[in-house]
Design a binder for this molecule. Structure first.
Ligand SMILES: [Fe+2]
Length: 592
């Protein structure tokens, strides 16, 4: 490790060293000197834009470990930096992994700013960002979730980096994945979504190829993800508003544990604190309050058009998820009565009292036309016929090839039968028997990790929305597939609409269920859209992103899909592009 001379130390100590620097304007930027070589290897980024503030970010890579590094920054309204609006010198240090965050103040609304960093003779790439407008006529969001490095290239990021009309990127979580190349238990079984990595040249580097457990592991994984071509490009061109999901920590996170940690993997709290620290170091997120890296729920106002409320349904307060496996006895009988008691428990929470109260207050006080909830998991009731769900759950377990084939065949047969019955019911066929009707009306929630597993709290939120008479749009990630849902309360009253986006690269339900090609996938999509009443659209086998555009009268969501993520050469699969809209006040979804 590089040691500083006493003279160096006095020079550097005179400068501010903290995790978030506030810049109100111009100050000196004379001699930006470090005793060792440095590089800007991870690009630049901006985030959490307001009408007068934006965070800018970079990371210095020193040639060797050193206590402190100095750098300068410059901000301008023109890309040639002819006139600077902000500049200054700052330090970063080893204890914050040489990352830099500056909260630019006193900016003009609805204005493009360019920014760059300098250290020694090195200059970073030039970043471009934009403040929010005080009174916008429209707002367009690009919405992402679930980027898995080993499973593909972040072409979805690349595609949006070229769009000139996107205002802000919303990232709904799983910005990184915690897995190594192999299962930590045996060091042999390929870890989640790594099977394609060698073929597509996305193997994890040898100093970071095991499951993330400590701060240094998480830091290295963020560093890796920031080197992706698409990641560099989108952060360079657009401001982000991030929230985390589970994989920024570990699979299946809840407030005091995770499904992906055993006794050999150390202390959970230490792991969680390391993950939290790396997240705040490596992403351009403004702390809820200085020094607090536990709370990420926060609001952004886009004039009086959209109030965006970003939520944490995952880490802050979530009670442990229910699991179907706990309700089957040794011979496979399902204890439905116990399950229904547990899932109806009014104390179960994802948001926690404090966050729910905060959200209710925000919804009550905002006068914006639209209230937008940016959050992690599906809110809609995704209830599948029980016999179908049983087969799908079996397909998510470890099976032999023969067992998997047998269950897949059975699933296809059941699906055809259920679709036929539902079609006859919808057509008013009087010959449908009570037994047939029960096959499609006896349903259970598919995903207990989502709002379906916390139904009482969902009803409380729905009651708030309806009592306030607000136009609410919910965004979700997490599933790796696309969904559009009409949200209804337990009495069937329309409450809001939900748009959920596909993953950037992570494999979706098509791998769990074993949908081998586009044709079988589309058949499955059609079947479950018919069987789930509130589901209006789904895509179950493609990667991409959503564009969500708000005006005073409507919200239009466009799902764009990539033809591949195996290389950086791609195009949009325009045959599957989908657009749906919801009119203000309608609480329903219509095709364009
Ligand atoms: Fe994910």
């Amino acid at each position: 490790m590089m040691k500083l001379s006493r003279r160096d130390f006095i020079k550097i100590s005179a400068l501010t060293a903290c995790s978030l620097v506030v810049s109100t304007g111009l100050s000196g930027c004379a001699n930006i000197w470090n005793p060792i070589d440095v590089k800007f290897s991870h690009g630049v980024a901006s985030g959490d834009p307001l009408t007068d503030k934006i965070i800018i970010w970079t990371r210095l890579t020193p040639a060797e470990e050193i206590d402190f590094l100095r750098l300068g920054y410059e901000v301008s309204k023109d890309k040639n930096f002819t006139t600077l609006t902000h500049s200054g010198e700052i330090t970063t240090n080893k204890t914050e992994d040489y990352t830099v965050k500056i909260d630019l103040q006193n900016l003009d609304e609805d204005t493009v700013y360019y920014y760059r960093f300098k250290s020694n003779e090195k200059v970073s790439i030039v970043g471009k960002t934009k403040t929010l407008a005080l009174n916008p006529a429209s707002v367009k969001f690009a919405v992402f979730s679930c980027a898995n490095y080993t499973n593909g290239y972040f072409n979805a990021y690349k595609d949006v980096s070229n769009l000139s009309d996107v205002d802000v990127v919303l990232h709904l979580g799983d910005y990184i994945y915690e897995y190594g190349m192999y299962d930590n238990d045996d060091g042999i079984t390929p870890a989640y979504a790594t099977q394609n990595a060698t073929k597509i040249n996305r193997v994890l580097p040898s100093d970071n190829d095991t499951e993330l457990l400590i701060l240094e592991d998480y830091r290295k994984r963020y560093a890796l993800y920031h080197t992706d071509e698409g990641s560099l490009a989108i952060h360079q061109n657009l401001p982000f508003i991030n929230i985390w999901d589970d994989h920024e920590f570990a699979d299946g996170m809840y407030k005091d544990g995770t499904f992906n940690q055993d006794v050999t993997e150390g202390n959970f709290e230490t792991r969680k604190l390391g993950a939290l620290q790396a997240y705040f170091e490596w992403l351009p997120i403004r702390p809820f309050e200085e020094g607090n890296d536990q709370i990420i729920y926060r609001s952004f106002d886009f004039g009086n058009l959209v109030s965006l409320h970003m939520l944490d349904t995952r880490v802050l307060a979530r009670d442990i998820q229910l699991s179907y496996s706990n309700y089957f006895d040794s011979v496979g009988n399902f204890d439905k009565a116990s399950f229904l008691v547990d899932i109806s428990d009014t104390s179960r929470t994802m948001l926690g009292t404090e966050q729910l109260t905060w959200l209710q207050t925000k919804l009550g006080t905002s006068t914006a036309t639209w209230q937008l909830l940016g959050q992690q998991v599906l809110m809609a009731k995704m209830f599948l016929p029980a016999e179908l769900l049983t087969l799908i759950v079996q397909l998510t377990t470890d099976l032999t090839t023969a067992e998997r084939t047998a269950i897949s065949t059975q699933l296809n047969t059941v699906l055809v039968e259920l679709v036929t019955i539902k079609t006859r019911i919808l057509a008013g066929d009087p010959t449908v028997t009570a037994l047939e009707e029960a096959r499609v009306t006896t349903t259970l929630p598919y995903n207990l990790d989502a709002w379906d597993g916390y139904a009482y709290e969902r009803e409380v939120l729905y009651a708030t929305i309806n009592a306030l008479g607000k136009n609410v749009v919910v965004l979700a990630g997490d599933t790796h597939n696309s969904w559009a849902n009409e949200l209804k309360d337990s009495n069937g009253n329309a409450v809001a609409v939900e748009f959920a986006g596909p993953s950037i690269t992570s494999p979706g339900i098509e791998e769990d269920v074993g949908l081998p090609d586009m044709t079988s996938s589309m058949q499955f999509e059609g079947a479950i859209t018919l069987l789930i009443d509130d589901l209006k659209y789904t895509n179950l086998n493609q990667r991409g992103y959503m564009l969500v555009n708000f005006t005073e009268s409507e919200v239009v969501t466009t799902w764009n899909y990539l033809d591949n993520t195996d290389s950086t050469t791609y195009k949009i699969d325009t045959t599957r592009t989908k657009q749906l809209k919801s009119l203000v006040g309608s609480k329903s979804i219509t095709t364009i």
